[in-house]
Design a protein. Structure first.
Lengths: 98, 875
């Protein structure tokens, strides 16, 4: 598979990965109303997982690799962004408080 | 002259080397018959002898080369303050004190002032040297004289001299000691308008008690403007004078500000005859000195006294940023909410974790133009790019792209997407109440003593996005930024309407995107309407609201037995909206929960207007429904629209998404101001502690200190006398800067704000700005500078304001149109005006000065101009 095809599938994997992560965060974001919100969150995860699984099933093994790489990259990116915010950009700079 | 102490009437203009500039001027005025309080001067010679006795020279030579200059200066000052006062000088001082006593026939208090002997030392105001000590008694006179001398070695004065290349060894200070007038009324008079420089106007500001309260900006004084010709009254504004510096401090207290009795607060301080008397003396001083003067004066027992006279410094916009390196453009999102400079503490707190490229210049926030230019992919003249940044208009920028910059910009966009993709997905579709939990977070932080103001700011504004398990609803600032997606929706909607219904104007986009329920700032306005309705339905409450001015209403309502239900409703409103304030991004601004006077004023306004603002909203809703019907009619003529209705569905979808993000933007603002209110509560706690310990003397002084200075005050590393000067200087600077609108750019020029409309070329009656909400309107102008002072906007009047923020929203419910001096399409004024379907023009330079209440105006919100059509009945 050429790079030209790998990249879009990889990117698609990242987008699906981001959506799944966002849906997972939804359990925290809508924690105050989980009793009514959980079906919608669950459905969201189902849809995106279903989409990823469909692509993986219908596409060839090489595309599956690209998709999986994209999904993994999304997770790594998300954790990396958190670490960057927390430990680098947002490190406790000295500030005076009163 | 070798005398150690001389009478004030013994010096004249030529004795600057002996008595300092201030002393020489005052002596000269006294000799020429001006009513200057009597006194004497501790000569510069005395200061020199005292320093020689201490053998300070070897130490002074080391300043500038000392590793920790601040500590070194503190050491010099400690030596001066701790040294014994020369007995011969003390004897001379007491001799002159007794002369004052004999003259007055009773014990006196004096004011002690530094008087610089050379121009090289700079204007005392700006070289950090102390100005005036009040309430000085015989017992502590020598201490205060030494304090004036030691102020020569304050960090600011030393730094000034070092920068100017001046030595520190040959610097001496005279000290002027004058009888302190037990002023009933004090003020300042400018023999030319200090803002515009107009020599045809004489401006006087006056308040009760000593003048320190006005000069330091601690009270809002009465304001009188006379025409120089004939001294006829041109303008008079009587303010609510809540505090005064008393002529005699209350025993056993270190408090400097006393409350003014209620009956006196709205009373004019001066009769017109007294205003003229003050003006006459001030003009005489101007003639004497040969230039416009800023005269400080006092009145006691019907006698006028001149305390000080100096040349007026007119601060223009070009002074801001003078000598600064780099190129900077004003950060519109802050300044369009209010144009005053931020106080020092607010600057520290707000920019605690500001990203790269932000800078505070004289209290206003600017961004680095060179940095922004490097990041944006446009090929444009600097002035066009700067104009785009400062106008923040509605339409996508009409600037050509720079092909070489495009790849870098795309990489930047990619990086931005990778950083924010999950957050954008999380907040794409959430229920209206998803941020309600932020209120609980605010409560937790308020109750936790481990959070000081800075830590509270961090937790509530910036740290939430670094906490993995925080819900999105806590990230209110990030939500505010991310809701900018509504601009994409608007642009898409505009393009689709241009394609499918080209005859509908921009007002169609505005109407389609407005009208969401659950917008908290609009709900706030409706809450005030409901309170007004409740008041209307309660005769006793209505009578109180009609009878009393806003600042007396709460007390009057509390005394009215029939008003309890109304007060309970008011408490309920404040429980939800109490964190709001006028100029709410300024931490010094009092929140509604502390003082609901502005809310009561707005309720009163609706009551007196006898209008139901909900009529306005119903009319907008009807207009929107008509537009939608008209749009559907047009679409049905398009192929396949009748069968599938696809175009309408697309338009509705885009409009709904735009409304969602617009609402998110407004609501996130509501909550992040709530967090800001928590920070203010923390600061007030610290202030109360410092006031109680005598480390601060006046309320609100804390906002003119930096965080590290407050920490040093708390830790007893600094005392009141160490910070008194800097508070005073900063208050003075704040007053001066508040009178001007900040420059849009520093280090580069921006062209005229808007292209001249072809229909209105160069008409002097036309003021140009930016179109913020479409439509045309004709009506009477009402200039409101501060809604806490002036809330009576009649229905249909055109609101003319320096800026607006959410606290002004209720005024929009009755206004026919709005004209705002500083703003943008995206500002509060533009957003609310579009929501209410009324024309609005923003960024109209100096509109609050060029337009007057009573002007008949034509407002064109489509093309962004305002025309003075005539004068209506003067108010």
């Amino acid at each position: 598979m050429s790079v030209l095809l790998f990249l879009p599938v990889f990117s698609l994997g990242m987008v699906i990965g981001f959506e799944l992560i966002a849906a997972g965060h939804g359990f925290i974001d809508l924690g105050y109303t989980l009793k009514t919100a959980w079906p919608r969150l669950f459905f969201k995860i189902l849809i995106w997982t279903g989409l990823a699984a469909s692509i993986a099933l219908l596409a060839g093994p090489v595309y599956r690799t690209a998709l999986a790489a994209g999904l993994a990259a999304a997770v790594v990116n998300h954790l990396g962004v958190f670490a960057l915010n927390r430990f680098v950009l947002g490190r406790k700079r000295d500030f005076t408080d009163v | 002259m070798d005398a150690l102490v001389i009478g004030l009437d013994e010096v004249g203009r030529g004795d600057v080397a002996v008595a300092g500039g201030k002393g020489a001027n005052l002596g000269d005025l006294l000799r020429r018959g001006f009513p200057v309080p009597p006194g004497f001067v501790v000569t510069a010679q005395s200061c020199r002898r005292f320093f020689e006795r201490l053998n300070l020279d070897p130490d002074l030579k080391k300043i500038g080369a000392a590793p920790e200059e601040k500590d070194f200066c503190a050491g010099v000052r400690t030596r001066i303050d701790g040294a014994d006062f020369p007995p011969e000088l003390a004897a001379d001082l007491m001799k002159y004190w007794d002369l004052l006593l004999d003259r007055r026939g009773r014990e006196v208090l004096v004011a002690v002032r530094s008087s610089a002997t050379a121009e090289d030392l700079g204007d005392a105001s700006f070289a950090g040297q102390h100005e005036t000590y009040y309430y000085v008694t015989r017992d502590n006179l020598t201490v205060m004289v030494k304090r004036c001398w030691s102020s020569l070695f304050s960090p600011e004065a030393v730094s000034y001299r070092t920068t100017q290349g001046l030595g520190h060894e040959a610097v001496f200070m005279a000290v002027v000691v004058q009888e302190m007038i037990p002023a009933e009324v004090s003020g300042v008079t400018f023999t030319a308008n200090p803002v515009t420089g107009d020599g045809g106007e004489i401006v006087t500001e006056a308040s009760w008690g000593l003048g320190a309260a006005i000069v330091d900006g601690r009270v809002t004084p009465d304001h009188y403007v006379l025409k120089r010709l004939g001294f006829t009254l041109k303008e008079k504004r009587i303010s609510e004078k809540r505090f005064m510096v008393p002529p005699h401090p209350a025993p056993g207290t270190t408090r400097r500000l006393d409350p003014v009795p209620h009956w006196k607060r709205h009373r004019p301080t001066l009769t017109i005859e007294q205003v003229r008397q003050v003006a006459e003396w001030s003009v005489k001083a101007e003639e004497h000195f040969g230039g416009p003067q800023d005269v400080e004066w006092a009145m006691a027992e019907d006698r006028f006294y001149m305390l000080q006279s100096r040349p007026i410094t007119v601060l223009g916009r070009e002074e801001i940023g003078k000598g600064l390196q780099g190129r900077w453009v004003i950060f519109k999102p802050i300044v369009e909410n209010f144009t005053d400079p931020l106080t020092p503490l607010t600057q520290d707190i707000l920019l605690l974790e500001a990203p790269l490229g932000f800078k505070v210049i004289r209290g206003w926030v600017y961004t680095n133009f060179n940095l922004i230019k490097a990041l944006l992919p446009f090929r444009a003249k600097d002035e066009n790019l700067a104009r785009m940044l400062t106008e923040m208009g509605d339409k996508a920028p009409d600037l050509p792209l720079h092909p070489l910059k495009l790849p870098g910009f795309l990489i930047l966009l990619l990086g931005f997407w990778l950083m924010t993709a999950v957050f954008l997905a999380r907040t794409r579709r959430l229920p209206d109440d998803f941020m309600d939990g932020y209120r609980d977070l605010c409560r937790q932080v308020t109750e936790d003593p481990a959070y000081g103001p800075a830590a509270a700011m961090r937790r509530l504004w910036s740290s939430t996005w670094k906490r993995f398990l925080d819900p999105a609803g806590y990230m209110v600032v990030l939500i505010n930024l991310s809701s900018a997606r509504y601009m994409i929706g608007r642009e898409i909607l505009r393009k689709l309407l241009k394609l499918w219904a080209p005859d509908l104007g921009d007002e169609a986009v505005a109407l389609l995107c407005a009208g969401s329920s659950g917008v908290l700032s609009a709900e706030m306005g409706r809450g005030i309407c409901r309170l007004a309705q409740a008041a209307r339905n309660n005769p006793a409450v209505r009578a109180v609201l009609e009878k009393y001015k806003p600042d007396h209403l709460l007390a009057a309502l509390n005394n009215e037995p029939e008003a309890q239900e109304f007060l309970a409703q008011l408490a309920g409103f404040l429980a939800v909206n109490g964190h709001r304030a006028l100029k709410e991004l300024e931490l010094k601004s009092v929140r509604w929960e502390e003082d609901p006077t502005p809310v009561l004023g707005m309720i009163r306004n609706y009551l007196l207007a006898e209008v139901d603002p909900e009529d306005h909203e119903r009319e907008i809703a009807r207009t929107r429904a008509r537009l939608e019907e008209s749009l559907r009619e047009r679409l049905r003529k398009r192929p396949l629209e009748k069968a599938l209705g696809l175009r309408w569905r697309v338009l509705k979808y885009v409009a709904d998404r735009t409304k969602y993000f617009t609402k998110m933007r407004e609501n996130s603002r509501f909550y992040h101001i709530m967090g800001y209110g928590v920070v203010r509560r923390k600061i007030l706690k610290v202030e109360a502690d410092l006031l109680q310990r005598g480390k601060l003397k006046c309320k609100d002084d804390i906002f003119f200190l930096r965080l590290d200075e407050i920490a040093q005050l708390k830790a007893d590393e600094l005392g009141w006398l160490d910070v008194e000067d800097r508070i005073r200087e900063r208050r003075l600077e704040h007053i001066r800067l508040s009178k001007i609108t900040p420059p849009r750019a520093i280090g580069l020029k921006i062209g005229p704000q808007a292209e001249a409309s072809p229909a209105q070329p160069d008409d002097p009656r036309v003021l140009r700005g930016q179109a913020a909400s479409p439509g045309r309107y004709e009506g009477t102008a009402h200039v409101i500078l501060d809604p806490s002072l002036d809330l009576e906007l009649k229905p249909g009047e055109i609101l003319v304001a320096p800026y607006t923020d959410p606290a002004w929203t209720p005024l929009f419910l009755t206004a026919g149109a709005a004209v705002v001096e500083v703003g943008s399409y995206l500002s509060h004024a533009g957003t609310v005006a579009r929501e209410f379907g009324m024309p609005c023009v923003v960024d109209v330079a100096d509109c609050t000065k060029r337009l007057h209440t009573g002007h008949h105006l034509i407002v064109n919100g489509d093309e962004g101009w305002v025309r003075i059509a005539g004068e209506d009945q003067a108010r």
